[in-house]
Write a protein that binds this ligand. Sequence first.
Ligand code: P6P
Length: 338
Amino acid sequence: MKTLVEFINDKQADFTYASGEFSRLLNDIGIAAKYVHREVNKAGLADIMGYEGTQNVQGEDQKKLDVFANDQFIKALKHGGQCCAIVSEENDDLITYDNQTSNNGKYVVAIDPLDGSSNIEVNVSIGTVFSVYRRKSEQGGKGTLEDVLQPGTEIVAAGYVIYGSSTMLVYTTGNGVNGFTLDPSVGLFLLSHPEIKIPDGGNIYSINEANYIYFPDGVKEYIRYCQEDDPKTLRPYTTRYIGSLVADFHRNLLRGGIYMYPGTKKNPNGKLRLLYECNPVAMIAEQAGGKATDGFRRIMEIKPEEMHQRVPIFVGSKHMVEKAEYFMNYYSKDFKPK
Ligand code: P6P
């Protein structure tokens, strides 16, 4: 099996930016993921669970693993010297570096270092979600907000790490989606899922139905559609929702399905963050033949206005997302962003 390093080097010619720096940055993410894998897999044993006592920008209690993961990615990207700025779910403000090497870096990273971390103590799969942009500001100075507030169409690499029954890195550089499984005995990510394509005939819908009474009518009608009997269109579908984006998305990517976190009357922008949750999974979905929308607009075309901006998301098998969009446009035009 090809290792991640061999794969990146072989594919270097495919990159629009056939530069060693880009390959180095991808490898830095892989290195940090291995350290997080090690800590996640002993969380039950070590006193690494429990709250760090601080809160992140979302006002959520930070668990020690959240902080550990955040530190690992920030350190690895600093060590690699290719990244000049990071927007992280765990930090209110843009992270920049004080060393010249990093300030010469050509790239910026948006990352959720440990998404779904509330699931750690119940042993549910969690994940890291990331996207990489080329900086727009002049090389040599610190990275800027302008560098990270770019639409998803500008992303040069996007992916996630899922810390589950095995640890996998799944990513795209715009030339298809490939999955690498970590062999902990040798510390190598091995190409286990080449050229991932999301099945068109998906029949899994993933949504937190506890919010049902607040959903737009379009979502309620789409859920009803999923539950109606129609053997021709594989309905009734089945529902799977574990409350960990990376776990829910990864299952649907391999099996076919739709993950939805819609806006509600109470929270019109939903819950998930555009920069480091929605855009990365949207790019993976599109590169695997799927689709990602906020109910009306392509996720990757939404221009971010601020770092921790939330957007509604419907992502997964193309025909499922298109059907959900149909219901949103028919029943819930009032939810369409102005
Ligand atoms: P809810 C985890 O907090 C997360 O950001 C995603 O990983 C997950 O899909 C979603 O929120 C779960 O949210 O409101 O259903 O608990």
